[in-house]
Ligand binder design. Structure first.
Ligand SMILES: Cc1cc2nc3c(=O)[nH]c(=O)nc-3n(C[C@H](O)[C@H](O)[C@H](O)COP(=O)(O)OP(=O)(O)OC[C@H]3O[C@@H](n4cnc5c(N)ncnc54)[C@H](O)[C@@H]3O)c2cc1C
Length: 463
């Protein structure tokens, strides 16, 4: 039992005696080694409540964790013996269809934004699982299906309302606080709590084209060679998302029952161009070899955005290392295929996202999301059920990641960085961005109150 006492908690606080405590503190990633036991969980539905919660934590010198969707892979959004600010009730989404802007509460989920924006035929580029939080995803970058056409989520950020370490509110945009605005677009939750985001939205859907084309896993190397050309040469309104499942999928309607347990390599195209041209746009991919399945056709944008919701549901154990690949050289393909063939269990998989397009239009020094040069984000993902499998699964993921190093830019995507420490976080940003982030941190969070994230420690104050 901790000896720390909190003077007085606001009404509605969930303390350790509360019947909802254990459920409320749990992260999406259920790995028991990354969970925490905060003294109290404060669910904040207004900016005032967030301000009061920050002041309560800092007055008591308590660790402070901030949560939006709770999808931090390594579990940054919980703490031990401190205050967890859960922004879930702060999830209002207001769309201005005339200006094509969307205001989003700092605790909203991607599905909240998609549903509200699609009601006006609009979309904010964001991630691919609708129960992910807007907060963490945006502040780290935001990779998703619309990125080749309209950029990352953070590239579409217009302004933010932020509660700082003092509990004061700062309105941030490119004119008022250019340094902080730079840092918020890729620097994670290092500078304060964003209670409201304003985004640029784009006309999308409601009908787009998507589906799955799957080949036998044994043909992975051939399909990957075709994929690397198609994915990078594709027009911006085509995005080819890839999954390699050497042990296949089972118990899901994402693949027909006769293919359950069959190792597959899948390209998941999404097409946002004129609907009548879709077959021509996706012909090369769909006519390659002899696919085991092809479900590509018109679908709603909302269905595209929620396809993986169940497959990536809450309550499983996960680990992942992601590489920023310069290209999918033959060597990288061989490393991926070999690792998957030698996987220690059926939960090891690789997911590949093509970058480029509008992402690469943004200069590297325009925001804290600094690596605009890589062609593919390659996620070496594993999960396990038996705790005995934890270390062997994690070791597999690390080993594949290491073997991809020679094909990588050396930088990393902050939202997919496990094992964060000064060394890995500074290497992930690269020297120029790291120094700039540390200086912004000194200005806006000199005591490092917001440190439960891929942390950027402040520079020393000038003498
Ligand atoms: C199932 C799943 C699918 C994913 N899909 C994608 C994807 O398609 N594209 C992609 O780019 N990434 C994806 N990710 C990675 C995702 O971007 C990160 O895990 C992100 O941190 C999740 O945000 P969150 O708000 O849900 O997380 P949380 O765990 O709530 O927060 C993560 C970090 O952000 C901070 N934070 C959160 N909200 C705020 C806020 N309002 N103000 C200040 N700090 C805040 C937290 O303190 C913490 O440090 C996915 C992750 C999962 C688990």
């Amino acid at each position: 039992m901790s000896s720390v006492q909190i003077p007085s908690l606001p009404a509605g606080a969930i303390d350790r005696e509360h019947p909802d405590y254990d459920e409320a503190r749990m992260l999406w990633n259920a790995d028991p080694t990354i969970q925490g036991r905060p003294l109290a969980i404060l669910r904040c539905g207004t900016v005032d409540e967030v301000q009061a919660a920050v002041r309560l934590a800092t007055a008591g010198g308590l660790p402070l964790a901030v949560r939006c969707g709770g999808h931090s892979f390594p579990g940054h959004s919980v703490c031990d013996d401190g205050i967890l600010i859960d922004l879930a009730p702060l999830n209002a989404v207001i769309v201005d269809p005339e200006k094509r802007t969307v205001e989003v509460g700092g605790g909203a989920l991607l599905g909240d934004v998609d549903a509200a924006a699609q009601a006006h035929g609009l979309a904010v580029p964001a991630g691919i699982v609708s129960h992910t939080g807007v907060g963490g995803l945006t502040l780290g970058g935001g990779v998703g299906y619309l990125q080749r056409l309209h950029g990352l989520t953070c590239d579409n950020l217009l302004s933010a309302e932020l509660v700082d370490f003092n509990g004061d509110v700062i309105e941030v945009d490119a004119e008022s606080h250019p340094d902080l605005f730079w840092g918020l677009r890729g620097g994670g939750g290092n500078f304060g709590i964003v209670t409201k985001f304003a985004f640029r939205a784009h006309p999308v859907g409601p009908e787009i084209v998507t589906g799955w084309v799957a080949w036998p896993f044994e043909q992975a190397a051939d399909v990957l060679r075709m994929y690397r050309e198609q994915a990078t040469d594709a027009p911006r309104d085509v995005l080819l998302h890839m999954h390699l499942w050497p042990a296949g999928l089972s118990g899901t309607d994402l693949v027909p029952e006769e293919l359950w347990g069959r190792g597959i390599i899948v390209i998941r195209p999404s097409y946002f161009g004129p609907i009548e041209n879709w077959e021509q746009a996706l012909e090369t991919v769909r006519s390659f070899g002899a696919p085991l399945m092809d479900t590509v056709g018109p679908a709603s944008f909302l269905s595209l955005q929620s396809t993986f919701d169940d497959l990536m549901g809450h309550g499983e154990n996960h680990y992942m290392k992601a590489a920023n690949l310069r290209s999918l050289d033959d060597g990288a393909i061989a490393a991926i295929v070999t690792a998957l063939n030698e996987a220690p269990n059926e939960f090891c998989e690789v997911e590949i996202f093509p970058m480029g397009g509008a992402v690469a239009d943004v200069p590297a020094d325009a925001s804290a999301f600094g690596d605009r040069s890589f062609a593919f984000l390659c996620e070496c993902t594993t999960s396990w059920q038996d705790p005995e499998d934890r270390e062997i699964s994690r070791a597999w993921s690390r080993a594949l990641h290491e073997s991809l190093e020679e094909f990588s830019t050396g930088l990393n995507y902050m939202n997919m960085l496990f094992d964060a420490n000064d060394e890995t976080v500074s290497a992930a940003y690269g020297a120029g961005h790291w120094d700039r982030l540390r200086e912004i941190k000194r200005r806006y969070d000199p005591e490092n109150v917001f440190r439960l994230n891929p942390n950027v420690p402040p520079t020393e104050a000038p003498a």
